[in-house]
Write a protein that binds this ligand. Structure first.
Ligand SMILES: Nc1nc2c(ncn2[C@@H]2O[C@H](COP(=O)(O)OP(=O)(O)OP(=O)(O)O)[C@@H](O)[C@H]2O)c(=O)[nH]1
Length: 322
């Protein structure tokens, strides 16, 4: 008997929009219905922060230090092939970096070698409601956001707790103008309704992906975004409020920061996530030792000045405790 092809879902959406949060929800939903899921994760930096939220029993492959859509496109098909060979799966979720173009990810998944093994199921794009509404990004990035929406089968307007009902209606309307075919749903912390995955939503998604495949060659574009990423160790505890103020004042455009830190006020390691002016800290109990680190993603960022800033934040704490 021939093996059923493994379903591929691509999670797209700008930096910090909530892709990993959605992925966590999707994994739970899929586990409940007994499906075997694998995850491929691509992060821009050399340290993976997002993968820490993936449960240990989920097969995971990481692609670090480059974006699927440019430098590591070949690696995606290699990793896809190896996860398919190592595990018996029903579906694979690919979380792309926030600056990836969905068509280029799809391109990488449709390598001829994989043709009989996988079936492209859907592109799910997560939109940060406030960011879409305020529309403040550079022209290049606005275009990228619009393309992530345009080629989606399902669009999840996330972080709706940060906009009003009237704003949400305007967001839905403008997203509908960019993509009239996709299913559009508003969510908070990626909590999607299971019927979207397993009910009527699924048939609609399949139709949209077919349309997308036909459209594929004409609209293939390569984006040369000058987004840089680097990581800086944060060995000493720092003050939460000083850290927040410092993040807000970093020179250049800091689109995203994440990492692990120790705080002066509370013991224990914290996972932090900074996106679009919003800093979230979560206690991070861990058995294996983790290097406290700050990962920055943005444009025109000066590494040296960020290193100095971090060193200053650490020193000011050391001074205070002396
Ligand atoms: N207020 C609010 N915060 C949210 C919501 N969804 C996610 N977040 C938070 O936003 C931050 C970024 O979420 P992630 O899921 O890591 O975003 P991402 O798109 O995977 O980020 P990258 O992989 O860096 O592009 C985390 O701290 C989340 O807890 C939401 O609905 N409301």
């Amino acid at each position: 008997m021939e093996n059923k092809p493994v379903e591929i879902f691509i999670l797209s959406g700008f930096l910090g929009s909530g892709k990993s949060t959605l992925l966590k929800e999707l994994i739970q939903l899929e586990k409940k219905v007994g499906r075997r899921i694998g995850v491929l994760m691509n992060e821009l930096g050399d340290i993976s922060i997002d993968s820490s939220i993936i449960p240990a029993d989920i097969p995971l492959k990481e692609m670090l230090n480059g974006c699927i859509c440019c430098t590591i496109q070949g690696e995606l098909s290699l990793q896809l092939n190896s996860i398919l060979e190592e595990y018996d799966l029903d579906a694979i979720y690919i979380e792309a970096t926030g600056v990836a173009h969905p068509l280029e990810i799809m391109d990488a998944c449709t390598h001829p070698k994989l043709a009989n093994k996988v079936v492209m199921k859907a592109i799910l794009t997560v939109v940060n409601a406030k960011q879409w509404h305020e529309n403040r990004l550079s022209i290049k990035l606005k275009k990228l956001l619009a393309e992530q929406v345009k080629y989606a089968d399902m669009i999840l307007i996330n972080k709706i707790d940060q906009v009003s009902q009237t704003e949400l209606e305007l967001i839905r309307e403008s997203i509908g103008q960019v993509n009239a075919k996709a299913i559009i749903s508003s969510v908070q912390f990626g909590k999607i309704h299971p019927s979207l995955l397993y009910g009527e939503g699924q048939q609609q998604m399949e139709t949209a992906t077919k349309l997308l495949e036909n459209d594929h060659h004409e609209s293939h574009v390569h984006h040369h975004l000058h987004v840089r990423t680097f990581s800086v160790p944060v060995n000493q505890p720092i003050d939460r409020i000083q850290f927040t103020h410092w993040l807000e004042r970093i020179q250049g455009q800091l689109y995203r920061a994440k990492g692990f830190i120790y705080l002066t006020e509370t013991p224990g390691l914290f996972l932090f996530n900074y996106a679009y002016g919003d800093l979230i800290l979560e206690r991070y109990p861990t058995e294996k030792p983790l290097q406290p680190v700050l990962v920055c993603i943005g444009e025109n960022l000066e590494r040296e000045s960020i290193e100095q800033g971090i060193s200053h934040l650490q020193q000011s704490q050391t001074k205070m405790t002396l």
